[in-house]
Every structure is written in C-alpha cells, then in structure tokens.
Design a protein around this ligand. Structure first.
Ligand SMILES: Cc1ncc(COP(=O)(O)O)c(C=O)c1O
Length: 402
C-alpha cells in the first residue's frame, strides 16, 4: 500500500459533536442555524442586475489572451489598490500587491517561502483552525500563542515572545481575529513588529475582516491596515471572499511591506513561488474592479446586519441578568462570542441549544481555554438570529433556575 503523508491527520473520525450535528440536520431539526458564514445563503447573493454586470466583466475579451504575470494582472492590482483607497482612504502601491485564488492559498505560498519542513509558524489561540492545517500541509508546524483575556481579547506580546524559538519563521495575526473579533492596536503592532524585526520573523497579518468594524469604531487606537508600511517584513492578506462577499469568485491578495532591502530580496524569491502557481484566473482578474465595486455597495448592508444582530444579542443576554450570559466585546468580524454560565461546558451548552433547534459553534472548535463559550455568526438572517438568541436565552434561564 502506498505510504500516506504525515502532513494529513492520521484519522478523520467524527467527534461526538459532529455526529450530533449531522443527526440533527438529517432529521431536519436545525431551523435556526447560527453558524452560517456563507454570504450567498443569507440574502447577500448578487441581485439579477448585479449578476449581469459581474457576468459582463467576467466575459471581458482580455481574458482570452494569456498574459501571465507572477504578481497578477496590472489592471487587477490597480483595482485592489483602488479598493484600499475607497475602503480605507489609503494609497497602496499596486507594485507591492500579489494576487492568488484565495487567502488560504497565499498562506500556503508564504509558508513555502519562509519555512523549511519543521519550521514554526505562530498562530493565535483562540482562533480559526484553518492556518494550522495549512501549515501542516506545507510541512511547517503551527505553534500556538495565547491571546490575553481581561474582559476582552487582545494580543499579548509577552506571550508571543515566549512562544518564539530558533525555528520560528512566521508570526500570524488575524485582525480582526476570527472568532474573538479583536483587532491589532497601534501599541500591539509596534511591539509585534519590533519583535519580528529582532528575531527575523516574517509577520503575516490576515485582514480579511478589516472592513467589518462592528463595535471597534469607538477605538482610536485601531489600526486600519498593515498593507502600507511596517517596521518588519510584513504580508497583509485579504480577498474577495469577505471584502466582496463572493467566496466562490476566488481572488485574494497579499500586500508586502517592510524595510526596503528586505522587501526587495523577498520579492525576488516570492516571484518564484507565485510564478510556479499563477493561480488567479484571468476572468476574475479582469472582473476585479466590478467585483470590488459590488463588494463596497454590499458591505453597507452586511455591516448593518452585523450591528443589528449584535445589538439583538446584547439586549437578550446582557440585558437579562436571569440568563447569566453575556456577549463579549466585538471589535470586528462576522462572529460574536457568547459567555455562558459555567454550570455546563461549551459542548454541553451547544448540545442543549441543538435540542432547541439552534446550531452554534462550541468554543472548543476554536480552542477557547475557558469553558462555556460559544460562537454565533452575526451574518445570519435577522429573524433566524432573533429566534435563535431567544431560545438560547430561555435555555440559559431554565438551566440557572434548576
Ligand atoms: C480569518 C480568515 N482568514 C482566511 C479565511 C479564508 O479566506 P479565503 O476564502 O480567501 O481562503 C477565512 C475564512 O473564513 C478566515 O476566517
């Protein structure tokens, strides 16, 4: 038999939680799915008119001539630069942008660029598990650093420093983080870039949720993007899946910033990686302008949805002491973290809610080190979200009254 690679988990056995969800779904018993993050399933698919404009742009005759460019087509990179100007008021140089089919793929390409097999990539916990599997697939090893929690999450530079070893090559910061919602502050970024500079570590800042500032607008310390400049070598990632609500279109970008000499030598090496894959398709690059324009208009409604759902969650949980539950500060992103009474574990709470027809994500899926945290998607349709939260609140009240 062919020997399997150890870059893939040895076992894919379902967990008790995944079996419970599958059984409930099969029985049609999950009318209130608060885990949905597919924008096209919750009312944000392009309208007939928008679809016609996008289809026209995808059919641009320029796609029929093959003119590969390792960084991506100049017109598409100009469209991404225009997106930074429009969404963030910032002037990003298109020559510093690299295009690929997704941020997941860019992560893989960057780990190939910076890591030998067994080299370490630091990732935050709690966090989205994606980066860990991508690291494993490229032969790198993900090592976790804990975020600090003092009522809200933040990056703890001391904890990051403690996690650095002689094999650390990359530090990943997701800002705003999925699912904790905390974004990098000026102070955190300064300390982190100094650390990376001192240890010759490449910083990767995943900003896929940068345009979804939910409660963080109040924070004057919030940085807008690292795409423009950085004290250390820094890759800033984002893409259409969140910025244009179109994950199926498959276009993402990495902006390189940092000290000039380091940027120049890194670009020369990364050109080899990017040229090996050339993964962004010509039609989607030709349509980048139209897709990002659609995204800019659609994000307005998405932000209103995120804020409406968060306000609803706060009024139902924070506003009712009998639930014993609360909603953590959500600086940005598409998720909210619910803190539930510690009388049950996160998984037991999630099972309880599932019994009420409400699907949430138990905290263990994101490696929360504290019990009784569950994650809900703020992207869910408002009626579904309101009924789901109402059932969660009722279940909490019942459990506390036992
Ligand atoms: C923080 C974060 N980064 C990256 C991705 C993946 O994005 P893409 O579709 O561009 O691979 C996700 C997907 O949800 C995400 O949550």
């Amino acid at each position: 038999m062919n020997r399997p690679s150890n870059r893939i988990a040895a076992s894919f056995a379902p967990t008790p939680w995944s079996l419970a969800v599958e059984a409930a779904r099969e029985a049609g018993e999950v009318p209130f799915d608060l885990t949905v993050t597919n924008p096209t399933r919750v009312g944000f698919a392009p309208s007939h008119d928008d679809a016609a404009v996008i289809a026209g742009a995808l059919g641009d005759p320029r796609s029929f001539a093959y003119e590969p460019h390792p960084k991506g087509m100049p017109s598409a990179r100009a469209a991404v630069a225009a997106h930074y100007a429009r969404a963030h008021g910032l002037d990003v140089d298109p020559e510093r942008l690299w295009l690929a089919s997704s941020t997941s793929e860019l992560y893989a390409q960057l780990f190939m660029l910076h890591c030998l097999p067994g080299d370490e990539v630091l990732v935050a916990t709690p966090g989205y598990p994606l980066v860990e599997s991508i690291a494993a697939l490229t032969g790198a090893r993900a090592v976790r650093y804990p975020l600090c929690f003092d009522g809200a999450y933040s990056h703890d530079v001391t904890a990051i420093e403690e996690a650095i070893t002689e094999r650390t090559r990359v530090l990943v910061c997701v800002s705003p983080n999925n699912p904790t919602g905390n974004a990098l502050s000026e102070g955190e970024l300064e300390a982190i870039t100094s650390l990376c500079d001192a240890h010759a570590i490449a910083l990767v800042v995943d900003e896929v949720f940068a345009e979804y500032v939910v409660e963080g607008a109040l924070d004057p310390e919030r940085i807008r993007t690292t795409a423009l400049e950085s004290r250390c070598l820094c890759w800033t990632l984002a893409g259409l899946s969140k910025s244009a609500l179109l994950p199926q279109m498959k276009l993402a970008w990495a902006a390189l910033s940092g000290p000039e000499m380091l940027v120049a030598s890194t670009e020369a090496r990364f050109e080899h990686v990017a040229d090996t894959f050339l993964s962004a398709s010509a039609p989607v690059q030709c349509a980048a302008d139209a897709l990002l324009d659609y995204g800019a208009r659609t994000r307005v409604g998405v932000l209103a949805r995120l804020r409406e759902n968060l306000t609803r969650a706060r009024s139902m949980l924070d506003g009712d002491p009998e639930t014993g539950a609360s909603v953590l500060f959500c600086e940005g992103g598409w998720s909210a973290v619910l803190r539930l009474p510690a009388v049950l574990s996160d998984e037991a709470w999630a099972e309880r809610f599932l019994g009420e027809g409400v699907l949430v994500q138990p905290g263990f899926l994101f490696d929360f080190d504290r019990d009784a945290r569950v994650v809900v998607s703020l992207l869910a349709e408002p009626e579904t979200f309101a009924e789901g939260l109402s059932r969660i609140a009722a279940a909490c009240r019942r459990e506390l009254q036992r």
